[in-house]
Design a protein around this ligand. Structure first.
Ligand code: NAD
Ligand code: ZN
Length: 348
């Protein structure tokens, strides 16, 4: 089959790889209809995240049709159109049962193979899905492929980020980073009742998108977000800050923006080894800091009805739809934010 594979620093390739096959009786093979390129794919692409084997099939966002199931798969059927969180889930362990599905004891991240161990991703004609019965879910008749694709990662992550920020209608909130995840955090905060959400980035079309999603955009290159937020909040700062970037700079902004007693909710993937703020700063702010991987399996089906009813728009951040064969160019486009690129969907 054809796939987009990791080839080193800022390099992915469209190449022929081995077809995925059933390796355990709980596996399924999904024929991919649509696959997303995520901001998370850019971390190994830039080698900020290290250890990804060359030749790994990239991507953890996909929707498709079940082509084959192992002998022990009972809920998922051949022919089902399914969506998938970005990690596998056993559905049985402590973490799955309390809804922290992203820390499933048998969880594996799609598109991550290191030292020969791990799971290939979904930017391909097909993908092997372990623990298929508890990882996959059927896409309902009223969801499009693209909406389901967004629910498996970006929309779930934005919503998780907003829920962690403890949204109240009269609070003042800031979202740092207006990529697809940040835009979804804005949408989620609004959906949870927030009336004042500021959205911070430096890319004008992304700021415009945040504006359409119901936020007040702040371009940090021309306006100081800390000043703006303090002004809006009687000098206090934001009640909650949602950080959807994952850099030292964005983490530093978060601590400067939050008010004493406020919450910093982080979904940006961090690869630094030191915090951007000191224990003393955290103490002096009575800080609540929440961070980590979104339990997408627990969110995607819960959010689906909001998407079906039109209350939560998730797919308008998709700016480019391209054949899988053009995946390498699409990575460059997304990475360099050229041609107003906000999110790419690859079509095998
Ligand atoms: P993206 O790269 O498209 O968007 C990041 C945005 O942040 C860009 O628009 C960029 O201009 C902006 N930015 C960069 N530095 C900034 C700064 N200092 N202040 C304000 N804005 C800044 O990525 P995305 O797909 O939206 O993903 C965002 C982050 O979320 C990534 O780190 C990704 O890995 C992470 N992520 C985490 C989870 C999770 O489960 N926690 C899931 C999905 C994605
Ligand atoms: Zn993703």
């Amino acid at each position: 089959m054809k796939a987009i594979t990791f080839a080193g620093f800022r390099d992915v390739e469209f190449e022929t790889v081995e077809d995925p096959r059933i390796e355990a009786p709980t596996d399924a093979i999904v024929e991919v209809a649509v696959a997303g390129i995520c901001g998370s794919d850019l971390h190994p692409y830039h080698e900020r995240e290290e250890g990804l084997d060359f030749g790994t099939v990239m991507g953890h966002e996909f929707v498709g049709r079940v082509a084959e199931v192992g002998a022990d798969v009972t809920r998922v059927k051949v022919g089902d159109v399914v969506y998938c969180p970005f990690t596998t889930n056993c559905g049985e362990c402590h973490y799955c049962s309390v809804g922290l599905t992203s820390r499933c004891t048998r969880g594996q991240l799609f598109g991550w193979v290191g030292m020969g161990e791990g799971l290939h991703g979904g930017q391909a004609d097909g993908v092997r899905v372990p623990l298929a019965d508890t990882t996959l879910a059927r896409v309902g008749d009223n969801l499009t492929h693209e909406q389901a694709l967004m629910l498996g990662d970006v929309a779930a992550t934005g919503y998780f980020c907003a829920e962690q920020a403890d949204i109240k209608p009269d609070g003042i909130y800031a979202v740092i980073g207006c990529g697809p995840v940040g835009i979804m955090a804005v949408r989620a905060a609004r959906h949870l009742g927030a009336e004042m959400v500021y959205a911070i980035d430096s890319v004008s079309e992304r700021l415009e998108m945040a504006g359409r999603a119901g936020a007040v955009p702040i371009n940090y290159e021309s306006e100081d977000p800390v000043l703006a937020l303090h002004e809006a909040a009687d000098g206090r700062g934001a009640d909650g800050v949602m950080e959807a970037v994952g850099s030292f700079g964005s983490a530093r902004s978060a601590i400067e923006l939050v008010r004493p007693g406020g919450v910093v909710s982080v979904v940006g993937v961090h690869t630094e080894t030191e915090f951007a703020f000191s224990p003393a700063e955290a103490y002096d702010k009575n800080l609540t800091y929440k961070v980590g991987r979104c339990p997408a399996r627990a969110y995607m089906q819960r959010l689906a009805p909001f998407v079906e009813s039109g209350d939560l728009v998730v797919d308008d951040v998709i700016s480019h739809r391209v054949p899988l064969a053009d995946g390498a160019d699409a990575y460059r486009l997304f990475d360099e934010k050229r041609d107003n690129c906000t999110k790419v969907v690859l079509k095998p």
